[in-house]
Design a protein around this ligand. Sequence first.
Ligand code: ADP
Length: 162
Amino acid sequence: MEKIAVFPGSFDPFTIGHAEICRRAADLFGRVVVLVSQNSEKKTLFSAEERLEIARAACRADARLSVALCEGTVADAACALGAACVVRGLRDSADFAAEARFCGAMRELGAPEVVLLQVHREYADVSSTFVRELFYYGRDYRPYLPEAAHESVRRLLQQKQK
Ligand code: ADP
């Protein structure tokens, strides 16, 4: 039976690494809802609406994927969607420590099971932080973003430069 997995994060912006996790989670569970955080302690380059637009463009071609703003806690959003699990990606030991804390918090808040997917080697060095640095230095960021999101990102960055 098809299950729903939620994939929460800040996605500032959504990268090819995020896309790879979405694809693998969809293969495992059937449906994936990308939950874009709006709260975040983190100061983001793109607003929640902009991050939503980029993630939507990136996911549009795969009918198994959808994108929503995360209202309230991830645990509440996951339960409201009837999700079977919360998916996260693991790149390295720093991610492992952060994700272990995340799992604890999710359990505390009554979220469904957290499933951590080990990132394939070719995506391990991709991060939203790295992509933002490429923006900053005017370097080519396109190899790290899903092609379907290039146009949205180009336009949103151009608007910021005005
Ligand atoms: P957060 O602020 O919640 O960490 P991110 O957008 O940075 O949000 O990451 C969301 C999730 O995607 C996290 O589980 C993170 O480990 C995972 N992730 C980030 N980069 C990659 C990548 N290159 N490959 C796979 N997963 C990744």
